[in-house]
Design a protein around this ligand. Structure first.
Ligand code: CA
Length: 153
């Protein structure tokens, strides 16, 4: 399934559970994109998110991905949030690769609550890219393999 910009998820308001039984590819355009995926959303295969230029905002709440999860935020001062404070957790069973690209970017992994932590079950690489990048990492669980952090303050 391939989605562009916000069209797809704007149509899902009010849906309480959604499942993609394959791979999910999202491509944002240049300019300022903003997308909040308020799950539960389960992707059986891989999920690949490419944002393009612009100061983008991207949030995932209760996202579960069965295979590889990759985000390329591109140029611009981007914000990426995975999880929702006090909210529902997500789970990533395959390798996770987050590239925030050029710009002063922010990564947020908030505390979703002790009994429902966002869980990374494989490798996880978080690369802030060039620029002054910050991260807020609270209640997440990295199973077995420690995450790799690059270019964050
Ligand atoms: Ca960026």
């Amino acid at each position: 399934m391939t989605t562009r910009k916000n069209d797809f998820f704007n149509g899902l308001l009010g849906v309480t559970y959604f499942e993609i039984r394959g791979n999910w590819n999202y491509t944002g355009g240049n300019g300022r994109d903003s997308m909040m995926v308020d799950g539960p959303l389960t992707v059986w295969g891989s999920a690949t998110i490419a944002r393009g230029g612009g100061d983008d905002g991207l949030g995932f709440s209760a996202l579960t991905v069965g295979s590889r999860f990759r985000v390329d935020a591109g140029a611009g001062d981007d914000w990426l949030g995975i999880g929702e404070a006090g909210g529902r957790a997500g789970r990533f069973d395959g390798p996770v690769t987050i590239n925030l690209g050029i710009g002063n970017d922010t990564l947020e992994l908030p505390d979703t609550g002790a009994d429902k932590l966002t869980t990374f079950n494989s490798t996880a690489l978080f690369d802030g890219g060039t620029g002054a990048n910050s991260r807020i990492v609270a209640g997440v669980k990295f199973h077995a393999i420690p995450p790799v952090w690059r270019r964050f303050a």
